[in-house]
Design a protein around this ligand. Structure first.
Ligand code: KG4
Ligand code: ZN
Length: 358
């Protein structure tokens, strides 16, 4: 048997401390993820300072576990790949320091990986390679973007969110509906009991055939639906013709069935916007494959709507396994292998960047 190339991947861009060992870019020998959800849940979102401290506490154990589960000896690791952008700067630095230390001590190459590109690669882990060209829709808590991909490492941005990310909208609306954190899985679950046509929330498609996204108006529409429009009371007194809906304010005044209807209607609107843009990009590029990636790619409605869209457009839809939708290090090690083959290595002065520079 020919020798496999094993890459150790490290991911700490947000609130997951993760390490994985992947052979030849696809075979996941181990993937360990230490989630910080419990630490951030009481704040309803990720607190950057808490995240970086938690990474420091978890990183050594997570690396040890990933190595031991992979049953690969350190001397069999060919390179260490690490997320260097985009992400929370304090969190990125923890992973970067760990990766640099390993590269230096084991005397192996260091590879810097873009987290969002890695999400676009995740659909090929533990399965067949992706057929390029492809159009990738990456939606997570921090990003919502469409890419034209010529290969795992050649991605051209087609459009991205001009305000909130899709996952961020799920998290904020879940908080308005008092469904808990993280919001995506909670809304996905509540929506199963609701009517997606119950409420017509605004669908922001932006001008012409734009491939950018905007979710902040939708989030505000849900907030107003639940809590009332600011100043509504005053207007009611003065000009009764504006008195259209008389409803007590606050989510505690809605029944479980009504909350499910709001969740289902909100989710249907987000998914409609995402698939409309995916369809526009696909018609423009005529790719062989459609790729989904990022935490929101775990959404059950998005997965089923994207399946129908791919059938309609005659493309192959590639969706990551659930465990590779959310942040993980297998996607970092997997994509790192492409750079390894290209000989594209970083120096020990590799920097972390909160935003992408291109
Ligand atoms: O990719 P990810 O783990 O982290 C970032 O890079 O941001 O994505 C996390 C996001 C969160 O906003 C979470 O609410 C969302 O993915 N998410 C979902 C679902 N599962 C996770 N959104 C919609 N439906 C889901 N089932
Ligand atoms: Zn992510």
């Amino acid at each position: 048997m020919s020798k496999r190339t094993c890459i150790l991947g490290i991911e700490t861009s947000c609130d997951e401390t993760a390490c994985a060992v992947v052979a030849d870019g696809t075979e996941v020998l181990s993937s360990v993820v230490a989630s910080q959800i419990e630490l951030h849940a009481r704040y309803g979102g990720v607190v950057p300072e808490i995240a970086s401290r938690a990474h420091i506490e978890a990183i050594n154990t997570v690396i040890e576990q990933a190595l031991s589960k992979s049953e690969v000896e350190p001397r069999q690791i060919s390179a260490v790949a690490v997320t260097c952008e985009p992400g929370l700067i304090g969190s990125l630095l923890v992973g970067l320091m760990a990766a640099k230390t390993i590269a230096w001590i084991w005397d192996i190459p260091l590879i810097g990986v873009n987290h969002v590109y890695a999400h676009a690669y995740a659909a090929s882990l533990d399965t067949d390679p992706i057929d390029y060209p492809a159009v990738a829709l990456i939606c997570s808590g921090g990003h919502t973007s469409l890419y034209h991909c010529q290969s795992p490492t050649e991605l051209a941005l087609l459009g991205s969110t001009i305000d909130d990310a899709a996952g961020e909208a799920f998290d904020k609306v879940s908080s308005i509906l008092d469904l808990g954190y993280p919001g995506g899985p909670a809304i996905d679950k509540a929506a199963r009991q609701g009517n997606p046509n119950a409420i017509q929330f605004p669908k922001t498609l932006l001008k012409g055939d734009s491939l950018d996204f905007s979710f902040s108006g939708l989030k505000t529409a849900v907030l107003y639906y639940v809590n009332g429009v600011p100043g509504e009371q005053r207007r009611r007194k003065g000009r009764s013709k504006f008195l259209q809906v008389s409803r007590p304010r606050g989510i505690e005044n809605f029944s479980a069935g009504q909350v499910a209807d709001i969740a289902a209607s909100f989710q249907a609107t987000v998914v409609d916007v995402l698939t409309t843009k995916l369809s526009r990009a696909t018609r423009r590029i005529a790719p062989k494959s459609l790729l989904l990636g990022g935490g929101v790619a775990a959404n059950s409605l998005l997965r089923s709507e994207a399946t129908s869209l791919a059938e309609e457009l005659g493309c192959t839809l590639r969706m990551p396994e659930m465990r590779f939708c959310l942040d993980n290090a297998a996607m970092i090690a997997g994509l790192g292998y492409s750079y390894f083959r290209m000989g594209q290595f970083a120096g020990l002065d590799l920097e972390a960047h909160a935003t992408v520079r291109r």
